[in-house]
Write a protein that binds this ligand. Structure first.
Ligand code: VG1
Ligand code: CO
Length: 556
């Protein structure tokens, strides 16, 4: 094939956010928008990517079918020797991480805007993962951004459109495309972590029932093969299991607001024992029991506490645990009790990778429905579901069918009795005007500057207030301005951050946490327990004054 030099010009604003580049789909479909970013990626990687093999796939959203062909032509044009593509251009984010690791790929591209809705009027996105399967670190993404500002040429190979509907290899001169079964490497990795026969025996118990809602996103392509074919779940336990380009018009975000059908079912009198959902690209998870919601912050703490006993992969014990800064302190308490190394990182999975590569961290999580482990370098929705099923199986191993089944709620209540409860909630104010959001953050900076230990904030006494900064203990890199936090003397916290995954305007995230060891508070609704501290947070930030919003768009 020949490589054509196509002239192009820099396009403003191609800066990677918390997780990849996300924009409105129409923006990505504009002249050279995607091609410019991909070419800039290859420019940033330089010699290093020459002759290498990379992975490619996505969450099935609108525009992926066209995008995959553009990326293949640029990969060939830039000297990549082979691309391993998921059949029909499908590949969940954790599956890509597993693929990179198992096949020793140089890296991988994921076409997804994750939990953002899809379709011609919604969002599109692209992420690059590096050699150990981790989201590209900032030193790479900054370099890509640099090249997007000076780009003048696209190197496009004139190869024909590649048929991605059949598994197999096609050769185009020195360039090769291998279409693969997108479940193969991923399931092989999951089988190394979990005891599949034991899970199957548990899932087919008469007193267990299960629903998984794929929200018409990528895990629809995995859920049937995994839960039904491998683990014996009933076929009708998979809901919204067909990936659709617009996710059926929904928001593929597994939380109490956007996974409403599942939530309704779990609070009905037909509620199964266990319910779960995942997001657009399969890295997030929501775990529910009958009439019960497990907060992601509790989920990672409970998984960490039970992993050694319940999951074969962890039978030698955990190397350490980590959570993002806004995630509740529930995991801290587990780490302390178990004597485990513990790390607090900025928001975004890319900060966990170094810790895992250095064998410092086995399990980690974020409050934003992200939970995972060092079997891959991404958060992993299906892994989290299997982790919970393993814990349920373990807790019920001596309970005969028809005996007193240990439920999801029982497990959480037991955990709180042992460790106390970090009552937690997040308020999102989506689609706020950027200027208003920035002004509010500037105001909070000035509050921090003028406050000191011992100051009263409503009922709370200040311990520290700062804008979170992180020094990576492995490579010494520093990430600043990672969120405004007020930490009070009883361990309660108020945190403010601006989202880095939106495609228009600003999203303000307010995270609120209060600790209690009072068992009477365990049955209470989080909103009730947090009422006073939320009031304090709104007062301190003057959020309503700056944004005009009197209530959040999403509460989780
Ligand atoms: C959000 C979450 C963050 C998560 C990121 C990517 O980022 O808060 O915890 O890692 O999304 O998740 P932000 O900057 O909008 O708060 V995914 O599933 O969208 O790749
Ligand atoms: Co995601």
């Amino acid at each position: 094939f020949t490589v054509n030099s196509v002239p192009t010009q820099p396009i403003e604003g191609q800066k990677t956010g918390t997780s990849g580049l996300r924009k409105k789909t129409k923006v990505f479909m504009g002249d050279n928008y995607l091609a410019n970013w991909i070419q800039s990626l290859f420019n940033a990687l330089g010699e290093e990517a020459q002759g290498k093999t990379i992975g490619l796939g996505g969450d099935g959203r609108y525009f992926n079918k066209e995008a995959v062909q553009i990326i293949l032509r640029l990969a060939a044009g830039n000297g990549v020797s082979k691309v391993v593509v998921g059949k029909d251009a499908i590949m969940a984010t954790p599956a890509m991480s597993a693929l990179i690791r198992r096949r020793g790929l140089y890296g991988g591209l994921i076409m997804s805007a994750s939990h953002n809705p899809g379709g011609p009027e919604e969002d599109w996105g692209i992420k690059f993962n590096y050699s150990s399967g981790e989201p590209a670190p900032e030193k790479i993404t900054d370099k890509i951004y640099g090249f997007t500002q000076s780009i003048s040429e696209l190197k496009m190979a004139d190869i024909p459109e590649v048929d991605l509907s059949k598994v197999g290899t096609t050769q185009f001169g020195s360039f090769e495309v291998e279409v693969v079964d997108y479940t193969a490497e991923y399931f092989a990795t999951l089988k190394e972590v979990f005891d599949f026969p034991a899970l199957k025996a548990f899932m087919t118990r008469a007193d267990f029932s299960f629903v998984f809602d794929a929200l018409h996103a990528v895990t629809g392509a995995y859920a049937g093969p995994l839960f039904v074919d491998e683990l014996g779940a009933k076929a009708d336990s998979i809901h919204n299991g067909t990936p659709l380009p617009d996710f059926g018009g929904g928001h593929p975000d597994p939380n109490l607001t956007y996974a409403h059908d599942l939530v309704e079912l779990m609070w009905s009198d037909k509620a199964p024992v266990f319910g779960a959902a995942s997001d657009g690209d399969g890295d997030r998870n929501m775990v529910l029991g009958s009439h019960f919601f497990v907060t992601p912050s509790d989920s990672v703490a409970i998984i960490a506490a039970s992993a050694q006993a319940a999951i074969p992969y962890f039978k030698g014990g955990l190397k350490g645990v980590a959570r993002s800064m806004p995630t509740s302190g529930a995991l801290d308490r587990v780490a302390q009790k178990m004597g485990l190394p513990f790390y607090e990182t900025p928001t975004g999975w890319k900060f966990f990778g170094n810790l895992m590569d250095a064998d410092q961290c086995s399990i980690c999580g974020e409050e934003s429905f992200g939970t995972g482990a060092d079997h891959v370098r991404e958060k992993d929705g299906l892994w989290a579901v299997l982790a919970w099923l393993s814990i349920l199986a373990y807790k019920n191993k001596d309970v005969p069918e028809g005996g007193k089944f240990v439920s999801v709620k029982d497990i959480v209540m037991d955990h709180w009795k042992q460790f106390g409860r970090n009552v937690y909630s997040r308020y999102d104010y989506e689609g706020v005007e950027s200027e208003a959001a920035n002004k509010m953050i500037a105001h909070l900076e000035s509050v921090i500057a003028s406050s000191k230990k011992g100051d009263k904030f409503g009922e709370y006494t200040l311990e520290t207030a700062d804008n979170f900064a992180y020094t990576d203990p492995i490579d010494g890199s520093v990430a600043k301005n990672q969120g405004i936090r007020f930490v009070f003397q009883d361990g309660s916290r108020i945190i403010f951050r601006l989202s880095g995954t939106g495609s228009a305007g600003a999203t303000i995230r307010l995270y609120i946490e209060a600790y209690t060891a009072d068992e009477a508070a365990f049955e209470k609704d989080a909103q009730e327990v947090l009422k006073s501290i939320i009031g304090t947070a709104l007062e301190v930030s003057k959020l309503q004054e700056f944004t005009g919003r009197d209530k959040p768009t999403v509460i989780t």
